[in-house]
Unconditional design. Structure first.
Lengths: 339, 349
């Protein structure tokens, strides 16, 4: 049985101006030791999915339905004290900005020891020793001395290392990393991704990696979910997503990024912008931006995810003709303004 | 009518006689003195944000400036605009020495430089409509512009950046991030600048919007012969848009050359490490390639290191000479410069 099985998870934000369906019928499956990438643009519901798994959604947000089966328990049904026990101990999370997730008034040692003492019967001295060992593990030199410093005395990359050490100190079964390297330099990003990978191999942790960077996904993930406007539009193994992408959004994204080897004059562009989530979406959310020839006006429910075989799922959209290769339909021009 | 019809840069670019030394920097340094400690009266040290940088920018070219955060990219661009006067060195625009001009004249000269910033949410005044913002920028060059002619110019500028002129009475918050960045670009073009400095203009944008803005910048350069300094930490973006690339590390340029040459055949180990750190959106490449992983963080510019400042992070074996011999930027292949530290240049690493 899979370690984490999310079924038809939906989360909405009930705002004065309307209801925003931030996550709509998202399903995720994750085995031990596996890495799942969730990719999408800002506002596509990647982070809200993660927060929903840990039940960290705050007012005016509410989880509308679905189930989150984690090791045989439905996290959406268990008691509050039970979920608090699971957070940090069996499921850990690291956030984008390490400065805002560490308390600036407390020494790093206090924060790490606190996490340990909360979940285990360990005395202070042993907890401190374990914390120091953990910091050494993530490559902080002179950890016995540095652990007594305050977060501002660490550089961005080191703070993220402290966060990873704190997240992994309880040896959780699942690590959720929400854009862990977006705020860091590429050289530091390479170090941090390398570190997460090594720790994962050592501890057998399953990882959900949320990112908007397809390059990061290519190097670290086993499977990928591509999200657009709150829905998974395509999911599959990393190779399927990169070499056999079927959804126009996945295809267009890959064509739009310049790589070190991009030749030629202009990049492919995806016209328009993501839809306004406060307005109800008719049919396919990508329809207004879809470069394929349109077959008809979208109406009714959003297209279903259909399995093509070998776990490769894609939204089966009936409103566009996807028979041509993507290169033929994508334009390289600067898109014209839309009203 | 071309919006930049009055721009000398555009004209001569169209004629094809491009100035080689459009903008030139001769050993420019920007040091920030941190003052003295109140009690001990000892100096707190000097931050060498930009140290001995020399380079020239050709007319109509895009120079990419790459490096990690804190390496001095932004300080260098501010020094070029004379927003901070350089501690030492010469900065000349079309042969005119800017660093020697008195403050009163520099204000006027600054019309020739325009900046595009990273965050289009922060760089546009939320209380000004797009029309007001562009009109104000146009008036810095043409103080008497008004009425129909002014309106006409605003419409042209908006068309140029792919925005609908019907939207010019809207406020910035009514636009999406990508559209706001287009407004910011239009505003930078409005005073008909000679040089545009784009400081991480696509870093805050989503991937699918990023390519729209990159295409726009490239098109504007091709159509109007703009000269641009494009600052970014993302080498693959810079490689795409720039003609030449300068790689900065700790306030110094360690490599400078044609974009393709710098990326395809880098000379300095730092450039190679920077490139190998960029994740490629291709799983097969990712699985097979070997990374040059740099140890630790860039050293603090507060305590300048002697010799080649790369030694604490160098992945290649080195000895004491690296810490003592001060490297210089030399021309190794024609048009391709690199800091001549013997350890950093070793090709076998």
């Amino acid at each position: 049985m899979a370690l984490l099985e999310v079924r038809d998870l939906s989360t909405s934000f009930y705002m004065r101006g309307g209801v925003v369906r931030a996550v709509d019928n998202v399903s995720i499956e994750l085995d031990r030791g596996e890495t799942l990438g969730i990719v999408g643009e800002s506002g596509s519901g990647k982070s809200v999915t993660c927060y929903s798994i840990l039940r960290l959604i705050q007012e005016p947000g509410r989880i509308d339905g679905g189930s989150v089966m984690f090791d045989g328990e439905d996290l959406l049904k268990v008691s509050r004290s039970r979920i608090r026990d699971i957070r940090g101990k069996r499921i850990s999370m690291i956030f984008q900005d390490p400065m805002t997730s560490l308390n600036p008034f407390l020494r790093v040692s206090t924060q790490m020891v606190e996490a340990l003492k909360l979940h285990t019967d360990i005395d202070h001295k042993a907890a401190l020793h374990k914390s120091i060992a953990c910091l050494e593990e993530v490559g902080i030199a002179d950890a016995a001395k540095r652990i007594h410093g305050y977060p501002h005395e660490f550089s961005g990359g080191m703070r993220q290392r402290v966060m990873i050490a704190t997240a992994l100190i309880m040896e959780p079964d699942l690590l959720i990393a929400d854009e862990p390297t977006t705020a860091l330099d590429v050289t530091i990003q390479a170090q941090i991704l390398d570190l997460i990978k090594r720790q994962q191999e050592q501890l057998g942790t399953a990882v959900i990696l949320v990112t908007h960077d397809l390059g990061v996904v290519a190097g670290t993930c086993d499977r990928v979910n591509v999200m657009y406007a709150g829905r998974v539009v395509e999911s599959g193994t990393t190779d399927q997503i990169f070499y056999e992408a079927k959804h126009p959004y996945t295809q267009a994204l890959q064509k739009a990024i310049p790589s070190l080897h991009t030749k030629g004059d202009l990049l492919y562009t995806v016209p328009g912008m993501p839809p306004d989530m406060a307005k109800p979406i008719q049919g396919c959310a990508f329809y207004p931006r879809c470069p394929y020839p349109k077959l008809g006006e979208p109406d009714g429910p959003p297209p279903e995810l259909v399995e093509l075989g070998d776990g490769h799922c894609v939204q089966d959209c009936q409103y566009c003709d996807r028979s041509k290769p993507i290169e033929e339909v994508l334009s390289k021009d600067v898109p014209e303004a839309v009203e | 009518m071309n919006v930049l019809s009055a721009n000398g840069a555009a004209k001569s670019a169209a004629r094809g006689n491009k100035r080689e030394d459009f903008l030139s920097l001769h050993s420019v340094s920007q040091h920030f003195d941190r003052g003295k400690d109140f009690f001990t009266r000892k100096s707190k040290g000097v931050v060498k944000a930009v140290d001995n940088v020399s380079l020239t920018i050709r007319e109509g070219e895009i120079l990419g400036l790459v490096g990690e955060s804190g390496c001095g990219k932004t300080t260098l661009s501010r020094t070029i605009m004379q927003l901070i006067r350089p501690t030492s060195g010469l900065i000349c625009l079309e042969g005119k020495e800017l660093s020697a001009l008195p403050d009163r004249e520099i204000r006027h000269e600054r019309i020739n430089f325009q900046m595009i910033f990273q965050d289009p949410y922060a760089s546009l005044n939320p209380r000004m409509t797009v029309f007001d913002a562009l009109a104000e920028a146009i008036r810095t060059r043409h103080p008497t512009a008004r009425g129909k002619a002014l309106r006409q110019r605003v419409i042209e500028l908006l068309r140029l950046v792919g925005l609908n002129p019907a939207q010019m009475k809207k406020y910035p918050h009514e636009f999406s991030g990508g559209q706001r960045q287009r407004v910011a670009i239009a505003r930078a073009l409005a005073p008909e600048p000679k040089l545009i400095i784009a400081d991480e203009p696509v870093s805050a944008l989503d991937v699918s919007i990023q390519s729209q803005i990159l295409n726009l910048l490239k098109k504007l350069r091709d159509d109007m012969g703009l000269t641009m300094i494009f600052i970014s930490h993302d080498l693959s973006v810079v490689r795409y848009i720039a003609d030449r690339i300068a790689v900065m590390y700790l306030g110094r340029i360690v490599e400078l050359g044609d974009a393709e040459r710098v990326v395809d055949d880098p000379l300095h180990i730092y450039t190679r490490a920077l490139m190998s750190a960029i994740p490629q959106p291709d799983p097969r490449i990712e699985r097979s390639r070997k990374r040059v992983i740099l140890q630790g963080d860039p050293p603090s510019p507060l305590n300048p290191l002697s010799g080649c400042s790369f030694w604490p992070r160098s992945p290649v074996p080195h000895d004491e000479r690296m810490k003592t011999v001060e490297p210089e930027l030399v021309e190794i292949d024609p048009g391709h410069f690199a800091a001549n530290c013997p350890f950093c240049l070793e090709r076998s690493a």
